[in-house]
Write a protein that binds this ligand. Sequence first.
Ligand code: PLP
Length: 401
Amino acid sequence: ASVFSAIAQAPEDSILGVTVAFNKDPSPVKVNLGVGAYRTEEGKPLVLNVVRKAEQLLVNDPSRVKEYLPITGLADFNNLSARLIFGAGSLAIQENRVATVQCLSGTGSLRVGSEFLARNYHEKVIYIPQPTWGNHPKVFTISGLVVKYYRYYDPGTRGLNFHGLLEDLSSAPQGAIVLLHACAHNPTGVDPTLEQWEQIRQLMRSKGLLPFFDSAYQGFASGSLDADAQSVRLFVADGGECLAAQSYAKNMGLYGERVGALSIVCKSSDVAVRVESQLKLVIRPMYSNPPIHGASIVATILKNSEMYHEWTIELKAMADRIISMRKQLFDALLQRGTPGDWSHIIKQIGMFTFTGLNSDQVTFMAKEFHIYMTADGRISMAGLSSRTIPHLADAIHAAVT
Ligand code: PLP
């Protein structure tokens, strides 16, 4: 008998499991709206032209070798990433009080940041929105933090439960960590307005709550890199501390390259130096140092003004296609006279729509229409095209009538 014979079968990941089910379905009309990865109008994965260009430059540069990066990653990449999220003119950067380390995409940045907090910060409780990206509670728990939830989404209005959010953060213990989605909240597509962000900031600063921003969609929500970073910049502008986990998976289409950054904004440069030294202690036994290729692509693009500009145009095109999918789906449901108010489809932003469909309806749509989404009714707008929208609208119509 195997020494492993008693090992139990683990459940499929709730998001990646959707793709497993999709792959098993032989139907030619099947549609996968589960995973948050951008697809072209033809339903194909997209590698940005500017990324291809950067890769060509890298390949043709004979001075490039495959040596290990430092524990903290590529220095250029780190500096440029901090400027991208905090803004080129950020006082915190000018004053050298930001510690930035290259990590394995958004997930790795969250993982390193939360283990750093678990080891070095006095308060272990992290408040995360209800609902949130399914991996958040797992990442934070395994890092040694204690997860609690704050109210975020109101199913009645399919909008923000701002009152509940303020109430829950008000009753959080002094110093607690609060996870905030910088923009394009996943899975709801519902973000606070700038005025609401300001109220959240005031409340959090008055209670000494520590903001930990998850920025997985900068530029992908509105099409503007600056507009999508406003929430983070609001908090950094007041001179207080915050953490930010950045991912280049969506906005540069570098999903599988696993490239991201963790920044910790401190109040002085000597604290930032000590923070960085502790980050190295977290990273070294975890994976020693990060991979070189993806970070080199990002650094190449960010430091060349022409390529940077080209990136912003390709990024906006992706964001615009998603926004147009929202409009087309909304119109298709109106056309069919599908019962209910579907205006949240055009109000929500980012990659996902939180449809409001329940798990029975989700199951029905997979079985009868071969359309796959997460059980909470979240659909990836980036996986839709003009070709698949009528089919999806038919399915939603059938599911709710
Ligand atoms: N955070 C949120 C809210 C996400 O939606 C995602 C990806 O779906 C991530 C973080 C991390 O993604 P990655 O590790 O691929 O950068």
